[in-house]
Design a binder for this molecule. Structure first.
Ligand SMILES: CC(C)(COP(=O)(O)OP(=O)(O)OC[C@H]1O[C@@H](n2cnc3c(N)ncnc32)[C@H](O)[C@@H]1O)[C@@H](O)C(=O)NCCC(=O)NCCS
Ligand SMILES: Nc1ncnc2c1ncn2[C@@H]1O[C@H](COP(=O)(O)OP(=O)(O)OP(=O)(O)O)[C@@H](O)[C@H]1O
Length: 229
């Protein structure tokens, strides 16, 4: 199985690229969705976060007020680190289960869309790594337009992540998404061709089909050895 890492900066266009993969039949594990699930009312993540941040971060219905918690953690690095530490084990195991489900369905190539791929040191599990890059001004403008946030809040969120230029140096493939959607679609076709190349032997052995073939070979080997004894 090939696990393609898809990362970038906030509002650089990861979800837009993810949607293109889905449109072309490549399944995507979305770490932001997993992170949402592990913070739902009553879950283990929710309990830890409420115990650490207090009930002030809850809405009347008991769910976490995400805007309020976001405001707290994106303006205070210590609180952000605390939140990351509390949720990391739940997010990692959530991602693992999502990948396992796709493995069981027999998918050979999947995409892991994860904003904090490098920060969470999950890059060692993915190959190739795609970084969606935009120039800083475009990133700021798109973030403010999408989320309706102030310039200060948007800058805080951008600065909460590893600099996008540094992520770019760690990429196998860089998608420059500063241009139009049409330019992105064109670039995406080349990326799709690259990630859809035939699996290497090690990727094949990690796929469900490869594991099946390997177990048949081991079984046949054992039978032959026994007969020859
Ligand atoms: C602080 C929270 C409640 C704010 O929720 P909100 O709905 O406003 O934002 P959302 O979850 O949609 O995230 C939007 C983007 O913010 C960035 N982001 C989110 N969490 C973090 C973080 N801890 N550090 C840096 N950037 C982050 C990502 O680029 C993400 O795509 C939420 O982001 C959260 O629970 N974050 C911690 C979990 C986490 O690390 N998520 C990232 C997935 S690996
Ligand atoms: N090539 C493009 N041209 C114009 N707008 C774009 C382009 N690519 C993305 N956008 C817009 O920029 C915004 C951010 O894109 P997107 O939501 O895909 O980013 P993201 O990296 O997934 O963000 P996050 O880190 O918050 O999850 C969205 O409003 C999207 O519609």
């Amino acid at each position: 199985m090939r696990i393609v890492g898809l990362t970038g900066g906030i509002a650089s266009g990861k979800s837009t690229v993810s949607n293109l993969f889905k449109l072309h039949g490549v399944p995507v594990v979305d770490a932001d969705l997993v992170a949402r699930d592990v913070l739902k009312k009553g879950t283990g993540g929710w309990k830890k976060v409420v115990a650490a941040f207090g009930e002030d971060i809850l809405r009347d219905d008991g769910e976490v007020d995400r805007a309020k918690l976001g405001h707290i953690v994106f303006s205070d690095p210590d609180k952000r680190q605390l939140l990351n530490r509390l949720l990391a084990p739940f997010i990692s195991s959530g991602i693992f289960w999502e990948i396992l489900k796709l493995w069981m369905k027999g998918y050979k190539v999947i995409v892991l869309d994860i904003p904090l791929l490098f920060e969470a040191k999950m890059d060692k599990w993915t190959n190739p790594i795609i970084v969606v890059w935009v120039d800083p001004e475009t990133q700021l403008q798109r973030l403010m337009a999408r989320d309706g946030t102030s310039i200060e809040e948007a800058k805080n969120r951008i600065q909460a992540q590893m600099p996008l230029d540094l992520k770019k140096t760690k990429a196998d493939i860089v998608i420059d998404n500063t241009g139009s959607q049409e330019e992105l679609n064109e670039h995406f076709q080349r990326v799709l061709a690259h990630v859809s190349k035939p699996l290497t032997w090690s990727e094949f052995l990690l796929s469900r089909h490869g594991a099946f073939v390997a177990s048949i070979l081991v079984f046949a080997g054992v039978i032959i050895c026994r007969k020859n004894l």
